[in-house]
Design a protein. Structure first.
Length: 429
């Protein structure tokens, strides 16, 4: 998604912020987030310490950079830093177009000794003005992963107990000379009282879609974008899938419903990075006064919300709430121009999920290859399976079978290309 040039806000502050806090972003004067408690000095200072709670299960994140799951970060001299702090199309989320560089370390998931629903983060970090450091966590339950949550000034609390916890560390900077580094991340998992919401259907909203393009750029999860690629970008990291997974998958359809694609969320943008607009106000990270389902960019463009600006102070030039990779745009939906689409945020619902192990896979109107194609399911997409029927026998990547999985809207995919099913038992239709 292309944007015009945007000058970042200037700041009179040039001091280094050094602190240890109970998780979360280390904001700077250039960001809109509130300042996290700490202290400011005119130069590097000893890291203060706030002790981790003694109760619960504790572990430390290994900050060594291991491979493809980690994006634009390096580890040396006991610190995690940005590998390249210069803002370029290779060091920022491709869909974002903002003048920032960012890096992400994805820690391995930890299996807990017992279920828990609260995670605290003790973070030892340094961030100069213009840079931020943050930690997000998510938890695994039988129906899949929770959304990522910031372990900020308070702990992250999940709505039901989880059995595994995963953390990721995020560093950003607007200025190549504004250093950010992390010395230690320690997590504590325990339990607290939390309301368990009643099961609901996955949320769905009509939003404006733009074509991302940016072939050769790098997504927020580290993928180098390929020609006619199949994924989407949303303006929040809360629904960002790790590379080569579809933990967070959307179903995006034309407004007529004639074409749909199931696609993983692999990038952050357009316009914003902290706008989980599909969530209710009690959960939404920013812009809680907007109606649920309305992206901040749409409100800024149509109604002059936030002075018509995005979170970076740029004038919003279109109301986009989702970016579509070229393959999703052209081949999945058969679009020729930016358009309004209906998007279902599938991780917000429950039920069995089938993982598309080989795609893009044709989505058909019936259980056989003679039925018309109504869209695609991208590789790694996690598709909700309502039930299954028997139909044409197909030899695919994983098996030879006559089983066809029924999806929403009476559409079908062959089970021969589904690598696994989780989240419940699939019954015969």
């Amino acid at each position: 998604m292309a944007f015009g040039p945007c000058r970042p806000p200037s700041s009179l502050l040039a001091a280094l912020l050094t602190l240890t806090l109970a998780g979360g972003l280390v904001p700077t004067a250039a960001t809109a987030a509130p300042r996290t408690p700490g202290h400011t000095t005119t130069g590097p200072a000893p890291v203060a310490s706030r002790g981790t709670p003694t109760s619960g299960e504790h572990w430390t994140v290994d900050l060594a950079v291991a491979g493809g799951d980690d994006v634009n970060v390096r580890f040396g001299a006991g610190r995690l830093r940005l590998a390249d702090p210069h803002p370029t199309r290779r060091t920022r989320p491709a869909a974002l177009g903002a003048p920032i560089a960012e890096g992400v370390l994805l820690a391995p998931a930890r299996t807990l000794a017992g279920p828990a629903n609260r995670v605290r983060v003790d973070l030892t970090a340094e961030a100069a003005t213009g840079a931020t450091v943050g930690v997000q966590v998510r938890g695994w339950r039988a129906t899949g992963w929770t959304e990522w949550r910031e372990a900020g000034t308070g702990p992250a609390v999940f709505d039901r107990p989880v059995t595994r916890v995963q953390a990721r560390v995020l560093l950003t900077t607007r200025d190549a000379h504004a250093a950010a580094s992390v010395r230690a991340v320690r997590l504590t998992a325990d339990s607290t009282t939390a309301a368990t919401p009643a099961p609901t259907a996955a949320r769905s909203y009509r939003v404006f879609a733009t074509r991302e393009g940016e072939v050769g750029g790098v997504t927020a999860n580290g993928r180098t974008i390929q020609p006619r690629d199949h994924f989407v970008a949303l303006p929040s990291r809360r629904g960002l899938s790790p590379i080569d997974t579809g933990d967070y998958t959307v179903r995006v359809c034309t407004t007529s419903g004639s074409r749909c694609e199931y696609a993983p969320v692999w990038d952050v943008g357009p316009w914003n990075t902290r706008d989980d607009y599909w969530n209710p106000a009690a959960v939404r990270e920013n812009w809680k006064d907007l109606p649920q389902g309305r992206p901040e960019a749409q409100a800024a463009y149509q109604y002059g919300y936030n002075g018509g600006k995005d979170q970076f102070g740029r004038t919003v030039l279109n109301p986009a709430g989702i970016d579509l990779a070229d393959g999703t745009f052209w081949d999945g939906l058969l679009l020729t121009d930016n358009a309004w689409v209906d998007v279902t945020y599938l991780w917000t619902g429950g039920g069995p999920r089938g993982v598309i192990g080989s795609g893009p896979l044709n989505v058909r109107t019936g259980p056989g290859t003679s039925y018309p194609v109504r869209g695609l399911a991208a590789t790694h997409a996690n598709v909700p399976v309502q039930c299954y029927v028997t139909g044409q026998t197909v030899t695919g990547t994983y098996r030879t079978t006559n089983r066809w999985n029924r999806l929403a809207g009476g559409q079908y995919v062959s089970h021969a290309y589904v690598s696994t099913v989780y989240g419940g038992t699939v019954s015969r239709c």
